[in-house]
Design a binder for this molecule. Sequence first.
Ligand code: SF4
Length: 290
Amino acid sequence: MDTIRDWLKLFSPKAARTNLVLLGGEPTLHPDLHLAVKEARRLEFKSITIDTNGYLFHDILDKITGDDLDFLSFSLDGATRSTNDAIRGKGSYDTVLAGIQKAEKKGFACSMIYTVSDKNIHELDQMPTLVQGLGLKRFFIQVIGMRGESSKDSQSRALQVSKDHWIKTIPQVAKKIADQGIIVTYPKVFLSRDDKFQCAGNVAKNYFVFPNARVYQCPICEDLPLHSHEIQDNKLVTMPRLNEMDLFNLSIPEGCVMNKMIQPGNLAYDKDGNPRHKIACCMLKQELTP
Ligand code: SF4
């Protein structure tokens, strides 16, 4: 808790403009998560969210209130028990739905995260019906990976979604959910050649802070030693070159540089070798408000 307090304080000078998301792994496994939430509230962060798998360990709902937290965000990766549990583990479907109901009754604002892959995109159109009556305030569609015609890796291909499938499915489902009064957010992913590309590393300030003190500005490279900052003695220290910041300024016709380096399977090229589409920054989201 001392470390969490120190690190929250480090980011607190801009707390009023900062959305704080506590995620994992599973953040409710931390026995003192409630103290971290209360400390963040005391420091007046603009919003505080917990992303959870729904198990809500350590009776977190009994230790904080809806006033302490802006959003409790539940991950569900299938509209049916069998699909979700095959991805997220046996029993997780029922656990998430029960967790949402319990949290709603206690006055928490709940949201849902659906991470789309080839294994569950076919059930996304059932989600508008499933979420009816759950009282959700927000619905987030995320993507695990996208596939271009050049993808060769059969294992990752099994989890990925093609551009056509994405475009035919996601906006329509998002609209149906938004029509129920729920704010829906989903990533743009594919830009046309004329769309302006921007890297969040250059135009926004997002910090992904890890327990090992690494701090990234791009979420895609977070398992690699490319972090731009590190917390040392409770100070945010810029790392020497090369790091992710050196890559943000590179301009390539494929759009996101990190995507091309780390997950190039979602790129497709025409016969002249030109990319068929640019990949947007993964932080670029579309938002549908009811
Ligand atoms: S996903 Fe790509 S565009 Fe977005 S911050 Fe990372 S490198 Fe930049």
